[in-house]
Ligand binder design. Sequence first.
Ligand code: HEM
Length: 492
Amino acid sequence: MYKRIRTTTHTTTRTTTRTTTHTTTHTTTHTTTHTTMHTTTHTAIPLLPLPDDLRTLARVLRNPSAFLLDLCCMAGDIARLRAGPIDLVCINRPDLVTSVLIEHARNLEKMPAVKTLRAFTGDGLLVSDGDTWMRHRKLAAPAFHTQRIAGYQRVVADVVRDALAEWRDGDLLDLEHTFKDLTLRIISRTLFSIELDEVQRGLGDDIDTALIYVNRLAGMSLFPFGAALVPGARNGKAAIVRVDIAIRRLIAARRTDAASHNDLLAMLIDTRTAEGTALSDDEIRDEVVTMFVAGHETVATVLTWLFYRLAREPRAAAALQAEARTAPFASGDAPSLAQLEASPYALNVCREALRLYPGGFTIGRRAVRAFTVGEFEIDAGAWVIVSPFSVQRSTAAFADPLAFIPERFDNDAQRNWPRGAYIPFGLGPRTCIGGQFALMETHTVVAALARALQFTDETVGDAQVRPMIALSPDRTITMRVRRLHKKNRGSE
Ligand code: HEM
């Protein structure tokens, strides 16, 4: 689509900044190169070229997420796209990222394209702002505290063990589909204490369909009457209704359930404001849908990419297998939280997958007032985009950024990286509420799978990212299962 950033100089105040190199090629070969600038005067933000042909425009409309990601990857430290009333600023430099997401959090709200998600999640945490967001965040936060993670981990381990028992030697798995099913079961059991049956697992497909629809809605909403022209609107709306019905049934069933539960749903139902008001069914529904949306596909796509890359990285795969062979739990079982400590390499594999394939690949805001970030001025009304995907592929922050090297994280090295360089779960007050949960979940899955089986990659060709709502691959990732425990049984 775009070949290069426009090179004309747009400097209002001359500064002594070094020139920035911006290397961008498409999809999995993206890298971002930036240099550090130190000035106090305002520098104009370099401009990105406008889409100038109909094919590109059609792509924008079909998949605005992919377009945004392209922009971020070609933006270098910072760059802007201006088109009519739209002023879109992409930021990659870690100090600017930190400043925007932490210091200027109050100057920003969720950007309009993110708000189209409202058609599906209502006013849930992902899209709400201001008092509603603050109130709901405070209500939901205790469900994700560190003390709760141990309890969730036991449930995650149970679900993973059950899944492992289902996969037979020689099975051919569509990995993304398999992991979506697994993560949906995990979210349902941990946060809502429900065991989804075969039919209810259709909820996952409905969530997919609804998300594709709202993603397209986001693109079309840039144009007058665009919302009326969104392809797949009928299916999308029907999927939203089915999810709505399923979640409302879940809430109604819980209200009449005499058993006591200690999960997020119970917290949402039982909570009272200082004035004694409970959340309405609509508010509870919005948060439940939000958790399914935010916590299911994100984790599934990270796991899919993780095993895809491992299948093509013999050195990392061998290191993971070596660690798994000495793990303190049986093959076919899943580790406890304490046993996970014996799998530090598996954790670093997860962190590295989250660096290269962060499920939440763009973070979008709108400036509610003008402010200055570093040496740049952001105008009121501008859309500000930070992409964990492009930030984490920076040549400035990471040696050989496209290589899959779990050892980068040895000795918790990420703690010494510049703040804002590694942000798979975002940064600041809007940081992912489920980050710790997600890391525990991926760690448990990877340690258990590495102990019990090996995947042989039967994917046709090389997969590239196809960003929609999550960072999906552009083709089916197909893996043949080989169970190790038959051979290992003697050593257990
Ligand atoms: C690998 C998995 C995940 C990734 C990469 C991820 C990434 C992110 C990112 C980058 C944000 C910040 C968005 C922003 O600042 O605009 C976010 C927010 C959020 N995430 Fe996650 N997430 C993951 C898993 C989860 C899970 C498992 C849950 C819940 C069970 C969850 C729930 C949420 C919610 C509710 C928000 C909105 C928080 C707020 O604005 O207060 N996420 N996530």
